[in-house]
Design a protein around this ligand. Structure first.
Ligand code: NAD
Length: 264
């Protein structure tokens, strides 16, 4: 199965780093014309140009700037609504500021991106959107109350958008990554004390790489997924299937940042 976007135009929000960057690279490799939307301080033009596409400095929480950015790219076939943040905070201590900021980026920013993209896609009667949700759309990982609320919330956007946009030939799906190594999570990947118990609950015994998430996103926005809309593709090494620890000592060992069978 070879995916070739044949010059179709894709916008990737939060495309300068981590999962978004991997999606942008994978799309460009499959011959999409990629425009990266990211914050000014991340110099999205630089990466966009290096991919043979473009970059626009825009804060997705700023509705007027976002609308202006979409107006610069009148033809859009694919949107990866990926930009997001994670700010720690519990039910007891999350601040109003951290709550508002998380909602603004992860929920309102995603909604606005999809709204503007859908308006451009509708008259063309085609388009494909992928939202970067999370395994936290389903679980209640501690100290992430605002993050978890937004990632559950984007599934509401997903289902409604898939329902409303389907008649116009526009598909909407989500990727739901588990723990993926990016700058958001690098602190954990450098801490074996944290990783050992965490990865015990992951059947594949390790965390994921951005490219492994990007492959799922590229599939969902491609013609290979032509009958898939409103779906969520979990990319978590099996974490959500594991109610209790998959890996146990002494049958297993934690080595080089991952769990393996003691006999291997
Ligand atoms: N890393 C993980 O383990 C993981 C797991 C599940 C879901 N996710 C989700 O994946 C997405 C990407 O996260 P990542 O881990 O690659 O993080 P990252 O920090 O490496 O990348 C996020 C990108 O979004 C951009 N961004 C943030 N706020 C923005 C705004 N207001 N306007 C425009 N751009 C903005 C950042 O500048 C950055 O380039 C997020 O939605 C995140 O919630 C990540």
């Amino acid at each position: 199965m070879r995916i070739d976007f044949g010059g179709r135009h894709a916008i990737v929000t939060g495309g300068v780093n981590g999962i978004g960057k991997a999606i942008a690279l994978a799309l460009a490799t499959a011959n999409a014309r990629v425009t990266i939307f990211d914050l000014d301080r991340e110099s999205p033009q630089e990466l966009g140009k290096s991919l043979g596409g473009n970059g626009i400095a825009v804060d997705i929480t700023n509705r007027a700037s976002l609308e202006a950015a979409f107006a610069l790219v009148p033809e859009i076939d694919i949107l990866a609504a990926n930009a997001g943040t994670a700010i720690g905070g519990t039910v007891f201590d999350a601040t109003q500021e951290s709550w508002d900021r998380t909602i603004a980026i992860n929920l309102t920013g995603v909604f606005q991106s999809i709204q503007f993209a859908a308006r451009l896609m509708k008259p063309r009667r085609r388009g494909s959107i992928v939202i970067t949700a999370s395994t936290n759309s389903y679980d209640g990982e501690e100290n992430l109350i605002a993050y978890n609320a937004t990632k559950a919330g984007v599934l509401g956007i997903l289902h409604t958008a898939a329902n409303e946009l389907g008649p116009y030939g526009i598909r909407v799906n989500s990727i739901n990554p588990g723990l993926i190594r990016t700058r958001l999570t690098d602190q954990y990947f450098n801490d074996p004390e944290y990783l050992k118990p965490y990865f015990q609950g992951i059947p594949l015994g390790r965390g994921g790489q951005p490219e492994e998430v990007a492959a799922a996103a590229v599939f969902l926005v491609s013609e290979q997924a032509s009958y898939i809309t409103g779906a969520s593709l979990v990319v978590d090494g099996g974490q959500l299937t594991s109610k209790f620890a998959t890996w146990k000592e002494p049958q297993s060992k934690f080595e080089d940042g991952k769990w393996k069978l003691a006999s291997d």
